[in-house]
Design a protein around this ligand. Structure first.
Ligand SMILES: Nc1ncnc2c1ncn2[C@@H]1O[C@H](COP(=O)(O)OP(=O)(O)OP(=O)(O)O)[C@@H](O)[C@H]1O
Ligand SMILES: [Mg+2]
Length: 354
């Protein structure tokens, strides 16, 4: 069977939607091609701060696989939140298999052969978001829901004979060939590893460096990148069991988004904040524009909100655009640097007064 795609084709498509995460996209693109041609592919664990693009990336891959012509026959994809696995009374991720079965049914048609349906389930791709929420222990105490969910997933990942019910019958599949891509922010993990790096436990202590941002601001920053310091033990300590973690042959740490990435995210991708806003204004005969200075300031402000990632863009833009949205007047409206600075100042001083 000839497969129509190379990893780079997938990479280029995903890059239009996901900004600043080229390493992660590369890794996923290769894994996808391997999996889709029927070779062993590594399960992937995506670790990245909140708002760095994990869900965006998973959603983009799902979208790509389900809408690209010619891939329909290869790809049976679902995306779910990890905590759903804890809610499953039937256990062992059977509901996951049932969903894949339904998917295959829908895709292959009502009168597809059972053998084809089962094969589609066995070669499915499963995205599991918020996997950091299924910890086996939380602050030293066992977390039953997390244990149950990790067990369920583990069973799916390695079991050659899993049964599940669908269409009023029991089916058996070998689920060990399903490709899993999981993602989570692992917030405390970040803090813990950062602490280890800062105090110099097992490593030379990190020293702050002076950085000059794109907007010309000078500040001190710790040159900390989780991927430089992360060890398997850190994940165990966080509450992911060794059996679970070791099933992810590839662990990818996403980048923290830099100012330039944030600016790009704000304007470029389809459905970006700015494009969406432009569409809104267009309905009222308004041509919404933004100056370079305004854009730089929005990105700069967002990059200061360390814990929000790209979500911070939305927050600051809302402050800038609020009044304009209420009463749009036809013509050209340009968001300039002054408007953004004013919004930032009023928010920052509001914070001080509290
Ligand atoms: N790398 C990125 N490329 C493009 N857009 C991004 C990126 N990162 C974040 N965004 C934008 O920011 C918003 C939040 O991103 P997303 O939901 O992917 O974050 P996340 O990493 O899943 O965070 P969390 O850990 O909180 O779930 C999205 O609406 C998306 O538009
Ligand atoms: Mg997310």
């Amino acid at each position: 069977m000839t497969f129509p795609l190379r990893p780079r084709d997938i990479f280029e498509e995903l890059r239009k939607i996901v900004v600043g995460q080229d390493d992660a996209i590369r890794e996923i693109s290769v894994a996808l091609v391997k999996h889709l041609v029927g070779q062993p592919a590594p399960n992937i664990l995506l670790i990245g701060n909140s708002g760095s693009g994990k869900t965006t990336l998973m959603r983009a891959v799902e979208q790509y696989l389900t809408t690209t012509a010619g891939l329909g026959d290869f790809a049976n994809v679902i995306r779910m939140n990890a905590n759903v696995l804890a809610e499953e009374h039937s256990g062992y991720g059977r509901a996951v298999l049932a969903r894949l079965y339904e998917n295959a049914r829908r895709k292959l048609g009502a009168d597809a052969e059972m053998e084809k349906i089962i094969r589609s389930v066995e070669h499915a791709i499963v995205f599991i978001d918020e996997v950091d929420k299924i910890r086996a222990q939380v602050s030293g105490a066992p977390n039953v829901r997390g244990i149950v969910a990790q067990e369920a997933l583990l069973t799916l990942m390695e079991n050659e004979h899993v049964t599940f019910g669908a269409d009023g019958a029991e089916h058996e599949v070998n689920s060990s060939g399903i490709l899993f891509v999981a993602g989570g922010a692992f917030e405390e993990l970040y803090e813990n590893v950062l602490r280890r790096a800062t105090i110099g436990q097992d490593v030379t202590p990190l020293q702050p460096v002076v950085v000059v941002s794109a907007s010309g601001e000078v500040r001190e920053e710790l040159p900390f990148h989780l991927r430089d310091y992360l060890k398997y033990e850190d994940l165990f300590r966080y509450g992911m069991t060794p059996q679970f973690v070791s099933r992810f042959e590839s662990i990818v740490v996403l980048n923290d988004l830099a100012e330039a990435d944030l600016a790009k995210i704000f304007v470029e991708p389809e459905g970006s904040i700015f494009r969406t806003s432009r569409d809104y204004f267009k309905r009222f005969g308004v041509d919404l524009q933004i100056t370079r200075g305004a854009l730089i300031n929005i990105a700069w402000d967002a990059s200061r909100q360390k814990r929000l990632g790209a979500r911070a863009l939305r927050e600051i833009f809302r402050r800038v655009i609020r009044n304009l949205e209420f009463e749009p007047t036809a013509g050209v409206v340009t968001i300039d640097e002054q408007m953004v600075k004013k919004a930032i100042t009023s928010r920052d001083s509001g914070r001080r007064e509290r």
